[in-house]
Design a protein around this ligand. Structure first.
Ligand SMILES: C[S@@+](CC[C@H](N)C(=O)[O-])C[C@H]1O[C@@H](n2cnc3c(N)ncnc32)[C@H](O)[C@@H]1O
Length: 256
């Protein structure tokens, strides 16, 4: 916890932003809902989560992925860095006897008992170092499944700023090649990847921006200076397709 006069850490800032929007998260989380279903199907396609042992979810949010997976697990621990968000997850899924909840910074987390599986949907891009954070989590279990948005996402938005000679305020996202390098070279592990483009149609530029603001994901990239964006609003006045590139990954431990 930061002292009154010390600046917030990256993790504290992220927790605060998501926490402040917890009540409205589900109304705006279109992409997260789609990727949660896709990640659950991806896991199922690889045999499903382990039937025995503890499944830990990192950055569970309001429980969009847990709603798919917790019912199949023997024990499911839903964790998030933002307590207000975690309470929404508890309200959604707390009736399940096998689920428990914990506030946890998942970046660099270690566990007293080795989890049978770790899962995470669209959370690791908020780590200070997503590539190292994902590789670390992969080492904590024999079954690590995740979805993460990739650099090159939302090209429509980036292009609208590029033609103005500017860069958008979107946070940089993890680089696919760097993730591949880090996760395919983990000793004793096998990586299965699938990259998917999800296109979501928004009514206009404002609706696209609100899809970030509405869930608390509107922290701008470092150094971004807000400036009028009238030409961007005009460009998308009749609608906007926003393309997210999402990496689905499953890292399993090689059996001898
Ligand atoms: C875009 S939301 C996704 C939430 C949920 N997985 C879903 O698909 O709806 C990102 C979530 O990650 C959480 N988060 C961000 N950084 C985190 C960290 N270091 N450790 C744990 N959770 C984190 C946020 O609080 C937020 O709930």
């Amino acid at each position: 916890m930061a002292c009154a006069d010390s600046p917030l850490t990256h993790a504290e800032l992220v927790a605060r932003r998501f926490g402040a929007r917890a009540a409205q998260y589900d109304d705006h989380a279109q992409l997260q809902r789609v990727t949660a279903a896709r990640l659950a199907a991806f896991i199922k396609g690889h045999g499903g989560p382990p039937a025995q042992g503890l499944v830990v979810e990192i950055g569970c949010g309001t429980g969009l992925l847990a709603a798919h997976l917790a019912g199949q697990a023997c024990r499911y621990l839903a964790t998030d860095i933002a307590p207000e968000v975690l309470e929404r997850c508890r309200a959604r899924l707390g009736h399940l006897p096998q689920i428990s909840f914990a506030v946890l910074d998942g970046e660099g987390a270690s566990f007293p008992q080795t989890p049978a599986a770790i899962v995470s949907n669209l959370a690791a891009q908020w780590f200070h170092d997503p590539v190292a954070g994902l590789a670390h989590l992969a080492r904590q279990t024999s079954f690590f499944a995740f979805a993460v948005p990739l650099s090159g996402s939302f090209p429509e938005w980036e292009e609208a700023f590029r033609v103005l000679g500017r860069a958008s305020g979107l946070l940089p996202l993890p680089d696919e090649a760097a993730l591949n390098d880090a996760l395919t070279t983990l000793s004793g592990h096998i990586a299965h990847f699938e990259t998917t483009r999800h296109v979501i149609r928004y009514e206009n530029a404002r609706a696209f921006a609100d899809s970030f603001r509405g869930i608390g994901a509107d922290q701008p990239r470092p150094g971004y200076r807000p400036a009028p964006i009238r030409p961007v609003l005009q460009r998308f006045a009749r609608g906007m397709d926003a393309t997210a590139r999402v990496l689905y990954g499953l890292i399993t431990k090689e059996t001898a």
